[in-house]
Design a protein around this ligand. Structure first.
Ligand SMILES: Cc1ncc(COP(=O)(O)O)c(C=O)c1O
Length: 435
């Protein structure tokens, strides 16, 4: 073992002693990668403590759209950090400029508030919906993830026997919260219509493309129908664009679909990896937050609108506006799925390669894919197995069932070429071993 490898093993052991499970998010606990220690990131790559460098398609679950350590974003953070720290009173220029940029870009945003995480943004979106409507229930969809709080932490990647029922993803959740959440089938607007007839619903929350299960695309008319139903029933429609916002375009997927929600949540790619998220929408809803004196929906957060992280978001958005980032990632995101689908067809492996823009995923099943229940047919062993094989070739797609892969501005056409060759080899090796 080299000295770097020994230092890495040592760090993993030290982590396990003082950090439960050795990692700071349950989503980073990946079987087979328990000892992974990351030592560096750069552009489209990361390096681990064994000294191996990988092309990164995991992309930290989505934030580094410009690539890791983008120089413009890093410079903005450093420059702001030198002159302006967190004060906890008043507002700063960078917060104002960021809010103006968000409102200018995202169609549904009349006003916007900053949070640190996407979970906080969805939490506050639901709280203000309940405040505005005086109602308790919310509707979410099987396969969508909106963060860790009780009202939404359920029915994401559920085992078959839990689909159609409640599948909380944590212990300790309030039964009242679980009971108040109605879980519907994605792309099934009739089921939503029935639920809205039966109970008073404060909000419908959804990922417009459920990327937490890869990329299940909305069927034509589904989002429009949800918009009509929400309006008819006085229910707040929340588009959770924590993944799709900025990654799929400056206006998010709502600008592409032409369907406008009442509230929108944003995060991840908005600041290229710095912890900034946002909640915005109709002024009549946003003005219910206690940031306006005397208003009833309490809203606070010590780190909200931190100048350095706000500067990261502003620099990211300015670069997205200035440079052909979306053109680049959409082009790579078109080449990869097309090439992968052709390859699977050629070698006779049943597969549906899905995706949108910079995001792609291969489901190993016979199509079509309309909703989460279709994904229960995915060949999980092959899905995880080929990704483990790919690591030998220095390519990293997260080896967990249904996880999506991402292109960034730092990925190249050569990366796509290498991905196509390595995927075929990895899938073939895995299938040969299994035979
Ligand atoms: C669509 C969506 N909403 C909300 C969240 C929660 O964001 P965070 O992890 O920043 O709390 C996530 C996280 O993956 C997400 O994918």
């Amino acid at each position: 073992m080299s000295s770097t490898q020994i230092a890495g093993a040592d760090l993993a052991a030290r982590a396990a002693a003082v950090i439960p499970g050795g990692v700071n998010s349950g989503q980073r606990q990946v079987p087979g990668l328990e000892d992974m220690v990351i030592t560096a990131t750069s552009g489209s790559t990361f390096t681990d403590a064994t000294g191996q460098t990988f092309t990164d398609y995991h992309s930290a679950f989505g934030p580094p759209l410009l690539g890791h350590n983008d120089p413009d974003v890093e410079a903005a953070v450093a420059a702001t950090g030198r002159s302006l720290d967190l004060m906890g009173v008043g507002v700063t220029r960078v917060e104002v400029e960021l809010a103006e940029r968000l409102v200018a870009n995202v169609p549904s945003l009349e006003k916007v508030l900053l949070t640190c995480t996407g979970s906080e943004a969805t939490f506050h979106a639901l709280r203000v919906s309940r405040t505005a409507t005086g109602r308790r229930h919310v509707i979410k969809f099987q396969g969508c993830y909106h963060g860790w709080h009780d009202s939404v932490a359920m029915n994401v990647i559920s085992p078959a026997e839990r689909v159609g029922g409640k599948d909380p993803i944590s212990g300790g959740m309030l039964p009242e919260a679980i009971e108040s959440t109605i879980v519907c089938r994605f792309n099934d607007a009739d089921e939503v219509a029935r639920a809205l007839e039966q109970v008073d619903v404060a909000a419908i929350i959804l990922e417009m493309i459920p990327h937490n299960i890869g990329a299940v695309l909305p069927q034509p008319g589904f989002l429009e129908r949800l918009r009509e139903l929400a309006t008819k029933h006085g229910t707040v429609l929340i588009f959770d664009e924590v993944i799709t916002g900025f990654r799929h375009g400056l206006g998010g997927y709502q600008a592409i679909s032409g369907v406008t929600p009442d509230l929108t949540t944003l995060g991840k790619a908005m600041a290229n990896g710095w912890p900034v998220s946002a909640l915005g929408g109709k002024a009549e809803l946003m003005d219910l937050f206690s940031t306006t004196p005397g208003q009833p929906a309490f809203f606070a957060g010590t780190f909200n609108g931190h100048p350095a992280t706000s500067a990261a978001a502003l620099a990211t958005i300015e670069k997205l506006e200035r440079e052909p980032v979306h053109e680049h990632v959409f082009r790579l995101g078109e080449r990869a799925p097309t090439g992968l689908q052709a390859m699977y067809d050629r070698i006779g492996v049943p597969a549906v390669v899905s995706g949108f823009g910079s995001i792609f995923v291969t489901y190993f099943l016979e199509g079509p894919v309309v909703s989460y229940d279709d994904l229960l047919r995915n060949d999980v062993d092959l899905f995880i197995g080929y990704r483990r094989e790919m690591m030998q070739d220095g390519i990293f797609e997260l080896p967990l069932n249904l996880k999506r892969s991402h292109f960034s501005y730092a990925h190249t056409d050569e990366d796509v070429d290498r991905l196509l060759v390595a995927t075929e080899a990895a899938v073939t090796r895995h299938l040969d071993r299994r035979a």
